[in-house]
Design a protein around this ligand. Structure first.
Ligand SMILES: Cc1cc2nc3c(=O)[nH]c(=O)nc-3n(C[C@H](O)[C@H](O)[C@H](O)COP(=O)(O)OP(=O)(O)OC[C@H]3O[C@@H](n4cnc5c(N)ncnc54)[C@H](O)[C@@H]3O)c2cc1C
Length: 841
C-alpha cells in the first residue's frame, strides 16, 4: 500500500511537469487531490504521510505563485548573480543575435515541438511563371554550359552565356517586378540555382551572388527611393554587375574588425563641394569583383571633425560605388580552387564619394552591420544550400548509375555490400538535406528571416555535399580521379572547400553560431532574461526577469521529467500527429527534443557567460539541434510527398542516422559535462535504459542502395530539380548507359544462365550471337545488349592527353585519345560530339 501511494504521489507531480500544466492549475489540482484524499480517509486506508506530502507539495507550489514573495526571496537575488555571469555581448554580437526571426528552431528548443503546426505549413510549390522559367531559360542555359570548356579552356563563362544571363534577367530573382525584376519566391530562387549548379558551379555562383546578400538585397530593404529607382532596374536588366566587399586581409570570420575606413569630409564632386566620405579599403576574395560595375563596400565610418555631430566613431556602414569611379581598383583575379567564377581583390585609397552613395543615405551611416545581419538569413538559406542539394542529387543520380554500369568480378559493383554503404549514405543524406532545404524555404516564403535555421542549412548542406561527393569519388575509383571532359566529379570535388569557407566558415558556424545563437535567440526565456539584466536594474526589469526566470525553471523541470518519462517508456507516452510506419519517429523526436532542451539548459546554467568559450560543447549541442531540425524536415517532406511507401527506406535511413547522431552528440556533452557527477545524473535521466539508437540497419542500407541502382519513382523524387542531360556529354552518357543496362538486364541474365558465362565488353558479340542463334534471346534483346555494352564502355572510358599537352599546358592545342574499348568496337569515340577534342588517337 505504501509503495502504491508513493508511486501515486510521485506520478501526480511528474505528470503535472510532463504536461506543463500551468502553475495555478497545478496548485488547484494538488489542492483538490489533498482535499479528496483527506475525505477519502474515512472510507479507505490512506496513509497520513501521503496526505501530508500532497499538502506540502500544494503549499510549496503556491508559494511560487505569490510573485512579490518569490521576487523577494529568489529572483531579486538571482538578478545580481545573472548580471555577473551572463555573457557580455559586443555591439556586433548583439546586432547579430537580434537580427532575423525564429521559427521551428524555437519549437525544438521548447522541448515539446508541436508537430501539427509543422505539418500544417503548406507544401512547397512553384508558380506557373516560375516553372516556365525553369523549363525555359534555365534549361536552355544548362545546355549552353560545358564544364570542361569553361574551366580548362576559357577560364570564364563564354560571352554568349554572360549575355544570355543578362538578357533573361537571371540576376534579378530577388528584385520586384515593378523594377523589372523576376521577383521569384525563395523556392524558385533555390530551384534555379540548384538546377544550374547541377550542370556548372561557375555559372551557379555567378548567378547566385547578385541574388544573395549584396547591393540588390540591401537596396531593397534600406535604399533611398532615389537609389532604388536608379539601381534596381539597372541591376534587373543586368546593366550593372554587382559585387559586395566585406572581407579584408585582417578581417575574415571576424568581419566586424575590418580596418577599411571612410572619413566624413567635404570635397568637390562633379564641380560642387559636397559632404561625403573619403574611403580607403583593401578587400579580398570578392566574388564578381573583377567584372563588377557596382561595388557594394562595407567600411567603418569616422567623423573626426564632427561634421555630423559629436560621435566620432560611427560604425560599420555600406555604400554603393560605381567601379568606374577614379581610384577604385578592380580587375585582378584570384583563382578559387576547382571553379573559375570571377573572384578577386578590390582596393582604393582616399576615394571620395558623396554622402548619397551610402546605402540608405546619411541616416544609415553606422547601421551597416545591423543591415547586413538582418539581410543575411535569406541568401544564406538559399544559395549555398541549393548548391549542396545539387551536389547530393547529382552524386545520387550518377553514382547509383555508375555503380550499376561498372562491373567487376562479373557483377555490378553496386551489388557489393561495401559499395552499398556509400550509396546508402549518398541517398539518405541527399533525401535529408533536400528536406531541410525545402522546409527552410517554406519559412522564407512566409516572410521569416530565420537566422539560426539559415546557419544550420548553410553548414549542413555544404558539409554533407562534401561527404556525398567524397563517397561518390570512392565509388567511381579511378574514373573519378582522371581529369578530362569525361570526368563529371572532379571539379565538384575540388570546389568543395569554397562553399565550406564562404558565408560563415563551417567550423565557426558549427562551434560558435548555431547553438550559441540558437540558445539565446530560439530559447523560450533566455533572451528575455539577458535583456532584463542587461539594462538598468529597476523594478520593471526585475519583474520581467522574475517572469522569465520562473517560466525558464518550469521549462527545465518539465524537460527533465519528459526526458526521463519518455526514456522509461520508449517514447510511448507521447502522441504522434499521424499514423503509419513513420509515426514512431515523431515520438522519438519529441523525446530527443526534451533531452536536448534539458541538457542545453543545464550546460548554460553551469557555465553562464563562460559558455561562449566552450566551443566543443557548443559544437556537440549544435549537432544535436541540427539533426533535430533535419528530422523534422524529413517527416514534413514525407508527409508533403503523400507518404510514398517506396520512399520509406530513405526516410528510415535519414531518421535512424540522425537519431544516432543526436544521441552521440548528447553523449559527448554528458561525457564532458562541466560538473562530472551531474553528467552522470543527466545520463540517467536522458538515457535511463542505455543508448537506444544504433543508426541505419544493414537492411535499410541495402534498400536505399537499391533505390539508386534502378530507375524508379523514389529515385526520380530524390533527384528532382537537377539538369538531366540526354546529350552525348559526360553525364548524358551515364544516364543513357544506365537506362540501357537496366533494359538489357533480363537478356544478359538469360545469356548467363544458358551459356554459363557473364556478358562483358570483350565477349559480348560472340555470346549475343550464340544466344540469338540458340533462341535464348530475341533479336531485339540482342540489340539492347549490344547498345548497353557499347554505352557502358563509353562511360567507363577516361581521358588521356598527348604528353606535350600535359608537360606544356601553355600550349592551347590539346586532344583526347578515344578510349580503346570504344575504338575496338568501331564507335566514333567518346569525343564524337566534340570534333574539337576528338582526334589524334
Ligand atoms: C571563393 C571565395 C569567395 C568569397 N566571396 C566573398 C564575397 O563575395 N564577399 C566577401 O566579402 N567575402 C567573400 N569571401 C570571404 C569569405 O566570406 C571568408 O573567406 C570567410 O569569411 C572566412 O574568412 P577567412 O577566409 O579569412 O578565414 P579565417 O577567418 O581566417 O578563418 C580560418 C578558420 O578559422 C575558423 N574560425 C575563425 N574564427 C573562429 C571561431 N571563433 N571559432 C571557431 N573557428 C573559427 C574558421 O571557421 C576557419 O575554419 C569569399 C571567400 C572565398 C574563398
Amino acid at each position: 500500500m505504501t509503495v502504491l501511494f508513493l508511486v501515486l504521489l510521485i506520478f501526480s507531480v511528474l505528470l503535472l511537469a510532463y504536461y506543463r500544466i500551468p502553475l495555478l492549475i497545478s496548485i488547484a489540482i494538488l489542492a483538490g487531490l489533498t482535499f479528496a484524499f483527506t475525505e477519502l480517509r474515512h472510507f479507505l486506508e490512506i496513509p497520513g504521510w501521503f496526505r501530508w506530502s500532497l499538502g506540502i507539495a500544494t503549499v510549496s507550489l503556491a508559494s511560487f505563485a505569490i510573485k512579490p514573495l518569490r521576487r523577494l526571496f529568489i529572483s531579486n537575488r538571482l538578478f545580481s548573480v545573472y548580471r555577473k555571469v551572463m555573457p557580455k555581448l559586443s555591439s556586433t554580437e548583439r546586432e547579430a543575435l537580434e537580427a532575423g526571426t525564429v521559427w521551428w528552431d524555437a519549437e525544438l528548443f521548447s522541448g515539446k515541438p508541436r508537430w501539427r503546426r509543422l505539418l500544417r505549413h503548406p507544401a512547397p510549390a512553384l508558380s506557373e511563371r516560375e516553372r516556365a522559367f525553369l523549363n525555359g531559360p534555365v534549361e536552355e542555359l544548362c545546355l549552353m554550359l560545358d564544364d570542361w570548356e569553361i574551366a580548362e579552356k576559357q577560364m570564364d563563362l563564354p560571352e554568349t552565356v554572360w549575355q544570355f544571363i543578362r538578357d533573361n534577367r537571371f540576376f534579378s530573382m530577388i528584385i520586384p517586378q515593378e523594377y523589372g525584376g523576376l521577383e521569384f519566391s525563395a523556392q524558385a530562387n533555390s530551384a534555379v540555382i540548384m538546377k544550374i549548379a547541377s550542370r556548372n558551379v561557375t555559372a551557379a555562383v555567378t548567378i547566385m551572388v547578385p541574388n544573395s546578400l549584396g547591393p540588390g538585397e540591401l537596396l531593397l530593404h534600406y535604399g533611398t527611393d532615389l537609389q532604388k529607382q536608379y539601381y534596381l532596374p539597372r541591376l534587373a536588366r543586368g546593366e550593372e554587375i554587382p559585387c559586395f566587399a566585406l572581407t579584408s586581409a585582417l578581417a575574415g570570420s571576424d568581419a566586424g574588425a575590418m580596418p577599411d575606413r571612410g572619413i566624413v569630409c567635404r570635397d568637390v564632386f562633379e564641380g560642387k563641394e559636397v559632404l561625403g566620405l573619403r574611403l580607403s579599403w583593401d578587400k579580398r576574395y570578392i566574388t564578381l569583383a573583377p567584372v563588377a560595375t557596382l561595388l557594394g563596400l562595407a567600411f567603418k565610418a569616422y567623423d573626426p571633425d564632427g561634421l555630423l555631430g559629436d560621435t566620432k566613431e560611427l560604425g560599420i556602414s555600406c555604400a554603393l560605388i560605381p567601379t568606374s569611379t577614379p581610384g577604385v581598383q578592380i580587375g585582378n583575379r584570384h583563382m578559387p580552387i576547382g571553379s573559375v567564377f570571377m573572384n578577386g581583390p578590390t582596393r582604393g585609397t582616399d576615394v571620395f564619394i558623396p554622402m548619397d552613395w551610402v546605402i540608405g543615405g546619411q541616416e544609415r551611416l553606422g547601421q551597416g552591420w545591423r543591415m547586413l545581419m538582418q539581410s543575411l538569413a535569406s541568401g544564406r538559406a538559399i544559395s549555398l544550400p541549393s548548391l549542396g542539394a545539387a551536389g547530393g542529387k547529382m552524386s545520387s543520380l550518377l553514382t547509383g548509375a555508375y555503380a550499376r554500369i561498372r562491373t567487376q568480378f562479373d557483377v555490378p559493383i553496386g551489388s557489393f555490400g561495401g559499395i552499398e554503404e556509400p550509396l546508402a549514405r549518398i541517398g539518405g543524406r541527399t533525401y535529408r538535406m533536400d528536406a531541410a532545404r525545402l522546409l527552410t524555404l517554406i519559412a522564407l516564403d512566409q516572410g521569416e528571416k530565420p537566422g539560426v535555421l539559415s546557419a544550420i542549412n548553410k553548414y549542413h548542406l555544404t558539409e554533407v555535399n562534401r561527404q556525398c561527393i567524397i563517397d561518390a569519388m570512392d565509388v567511381h575509383g579511378g574514373k573519378g580521379i582522371i581529369q578530362g571532359p569525361n570526368n563529371y566529379l572532379a571539379r565538384a570535388y575540388q570546389a568543395l572547400p569554397i562553399s565550406i569557407t564562404v558565408e560563415g566558415a563551417n567550423i565557426l558556424t558549427r562551434s560558435l553560431i548555431i547553438f550559441g545563437q540558437g540558445a539565446i535567440r530560439a530559447h523560450p526565456c533566455l533572451l528575455k532574461e539577458m535583456n532584463a539584466v542587461a539594462g538598468i536594474a529597476n523594478s520593471q526589469a526585475r519583474r520581467v526577469f522574475d517572469n522569465a526566470l520562473f517560466t525558464h525553471i518550469g521549462y527545465s523541470l518539465s524537460n527533465a521529467v519528459r526526458s526521463l518519462l519518455l526514456g522509461l517508456t520508449g517514447s510511448g507516452m507521447t502522441p504522434a500527429p499521424v499514423a503509419g510506419p513513420h509515426a514512431r519517429y515523431f515520438r522519438q523526436l519529441s523525446r530527443m527534443s526534451s533531452a536536448f532542451a534539458f541538457m542545453a539548459d543545464m550546460v548554460l546554467l553551469l557555465l553562464g557567460g563562460k559558455f561562449k568559450f566552450k566551443e566543443k560543447l557548443s559544437g556537440r549541442l549544435a549537432d544535436a539541434l541540427i539533426h533535430l531540425y533535419l528530422c523534422s524536415a524529413m517527416l514534413k517532406r514525407f508527409e508533403d510527398d503523400g507518404r510514398p511507401a517506396s520512399d520509406l527506406p530513405l526516410l528510415q535511413w535519414g531518421m535512424e542516422d540522425s537519431l544516432h547522431t543526436i544521441q552521440q552528440s548528447l553523449l559527448g556533452v554528458i561525457q564532458n559535462f562541466p560538473v562530472a557527477v551531474l553528467g552522470r545524473i543527466v545520463r540517467l535521466l536522458v538515457f535511463p535504459f542505455g543508448l537506444p539508437y544504433a543508426g541505419p540497419s544493414d537492411k535499410t542500407t541495402k534498400a536505399v542502395a537499391q533505390l539508386l541502382l534502378t530507375e524508379n519513382a523514389s529515385r526520380d523524387r530524390l533527384t528532382e530539380g537537377v539538369f538531366i542531360s540526354d546529350r552525348d556529354d559526360a553525364t548524358g552518357r551515364v544516364n543513357k548507359a544506365f537506362h540501357l543496362v537496366l533494359e538489357a538486364q533480363a537478356a544478359e541474365r538469360a545469356i548467363r544462365n544458358a551459356l554459363k558465362q557473364s556478358v562483358n565488353f570483350e565477349n559480348y558479340e560472340g555470346l549475343v550471337k550464340r544466344a540469338t542463334e540458340s533462341g535464348v534471346i530475341t533479336e531485339e534483346q540482342a540489340t539492347t545488349v549490344r547498345l548497353a555494352q557499347k554505352a557502358s564502355a563509353r562511360v567507363i572510358a577516361v581521358d588521356d592527353f598527348p604528353r606535350e599537352r600535359i608537360e606544356n599546358p601553355a600550349n592551347p592545342e590539346f586532344r583526347t585519345v578515344p578510349p580503346k574499348a570504344a575504338e575496338t568496337d568501331g564507335l566514333t569515340g567518346v569525343n564524337a560530339a566534340r570534333p574539337d577534342l576528338a582526334g589524334n588517337g
